[in-house]
Design a protein around this ligand. Structure first.
Ligand code: PLP
Length: 443
């Protein structure tokens, strides 16, 4: 058994590696959020992982509630995935020619989602970038609508901050993105139907597409609001159709996680609508670089080599990544999804008890088993409200949990990701850590 860690764990190995890393890599990390800038301290360098546990280079064990920011639906080193990947890599790692594995993975995704045709790529960023290019090529229009707080990867035109007025065009969200890349992007507040209606009334004939996270998870989980029986996504699909724009539902995070059919399984499948294009990543790669975009056959027919819109990739449909993805989707049985619900319910209940007892204002929001804890006092419906979360209290809470062997996402604006491998012992380990960590957050 693993002893519960009471005192702060020894981290000299991680500190030494972080110093080495910073000498050769900006910030010492290969993706910014890993650097702990939002919570302070030294990121843990992980040596290995198994099931729900991470082990760092100093030998400390943590229950993993990051799950690689979504992909590890089955937990780490799942036997079926390890076996599939081992067999695939022994047959060679990349050929640059078509393979049966790609066909099988695409068929598996087409079977689980409403997309008719799918193209594989290597990252969620590529998927959204390509979907937008295709939407522009298909419609012959240039304007893209997105929502503040939705993250679609680091695509230039989507790294946009809202301009001063609701229906004015936006400004680059980072240096290095020219104004010309974002001046065709409209950024609106999430869940705000009046803003969407106004933007389409003013610019409708120029709008190629609207892209949204199917249920935002990158500002914390903010479910699409239901008004008079109609979900926000249904409203967006209807508005896009009325104006000849394409509705792109980004399921990179929610796909195969929020439900077996992603967020669409929770709203579109029930309400009877289908996005024009969808993007996937994370779970469908089983921890390897694989992502995809797809949708209506008539739209996808515009993609090269069938149509004129260019898109390509040396490692697209990589045989090892597709083997991992296919093994993951095949092992994601109804029992796995039931377990995700049980684990999420237990953690939501434990967090509710702990923050209530500690007197810390909090709100827990979910879509399926995907959930997040906002340290704020009322429901969060958009990015402005998400920003009322108490970032300093989250930092204290995060480190108190880390000291007790629970690795939460090092950011206050993230979902807590669980896996089918989170067994009762792992769940109990988190439940044991929560009360004291919540008291520390209150201090
Ligand atoms: N879209 C969504 C909803 C995401 O959550 C992410 C990544 O977090 C992306 C796109 C970008 O995916 P990637 O990091 O694989 O480029």
């Amino acid at each position: 058994g693993r002893p519960a860690q009471a005192a702060a764990p020894l981290t000299s190995g991680s500190e030494a590696l972080f110093a080495r890393a910073r000498a050769v890599t900006p910030g010492g990390v290969n993706s910014p959020v890993r650097a702990f800038n939002a919570v302070g301290g030294t990121p843990r360098f992980i040596r290995s992982a198994a099931g729900p546990w991470l082990t760092d280079v100093d030998g400390n064990d943590y229950v993993d509630l990051i799950c690689s920011w979504g992909p590890m639906l089955l937990g780490h080193a799942h036997p079926a995935v390890v076996e599939a990947v081992t067999a695939a890599i022994a047959r060679g790692s990349s050929y640059g020619t078509p393979t049966e594995g790609e066909v099988a993975l695409v068929e598996a995704i087409v079977a689980r989602t409403p997309v008719e045709r799918l193209r594989l790529v290597s990252s969620g960023t590529e998927a959204t970038m390509s979907a937008i290019r295709l939407a522009r090529g298909f419609t012959g229009r240039d304007v893209v609508v997105k929502f503040a707080g939705c993250y679609h990867g680091h695509v230039d035109s989507l790294l946009a901050a809202a301009g001063s007025g609701l229906t004015t065009f936006s400004i680059p969200g980072t240096p290095g993105v020219p104004a010309s890349s974002t001046e065709l992007t409209l950024v609106l507040p999430y869940n705000d139907r009046a803003a969407v209606t106004a933007a389409f009334a003013e610019h409708g004939d120029r709008i190629a597409c609207l892209i949204t996270e199917a249920a935002p998870g990158n500002m914390g989980v903010v479910p699409p609001a239901v008004v008079d029986g109609q979900g926000f996504n249904a409203f967006l699909a209807e508005t896009c159709r009325a104006h000849g724009a394409l509705f792109i539902s980004d399921e990179v995070m929610t796909g195969f996680r929020a439900s077996p059919q992603g967020q669409w399984g929770l709203d579109g499948a029930v309400e009877g609508w289908v996005p024009d294009l969808m993007t996937f990543g994370k779970v469908m790669g089983g921890g390897f670089p694989a992502a995809a975009f797809g949708g209506r056959a008539a739209v996808m027919a515009h993609l090269a080599p069938e149509g004129p819109v260019y898109q390509a990739g040396t490692l697209s449909g990589n045989p090892v990544a597709t083997a991992a993805g296919l093994a993951t989707l095949e092992a994601a049985t109804p029992e796995v999804y039931d377990r995700l619900d049980v684990v999420a319910d237990a953690l939501r209940a434990g967090a509710t008890d702990a923050f209530t007892a500690a007197g810390v204002p909090f709100v827990i929001q979910s879509t399926g088993s995907m959930f997040s804890v906002f340290l704020t006092d009322s429901a969060v419906t958009d990015y402005a409200e998400a920003q009322t979360t108490d970032v300093a209290a989250y930092g204290a809470f995060f480190h108190a949990m880390l000291d007790r062997g629970v690795h939460l996402p090092p950011s206050a604006y993230e979902a807590w990701f669980v896996s089918g491998s989170h067994d009762d012992r792992a769940v109990q380990h988190v439940l044991d850590a929560l009360p004291e960590a919540a008291r520390i957050a209150a201090a």
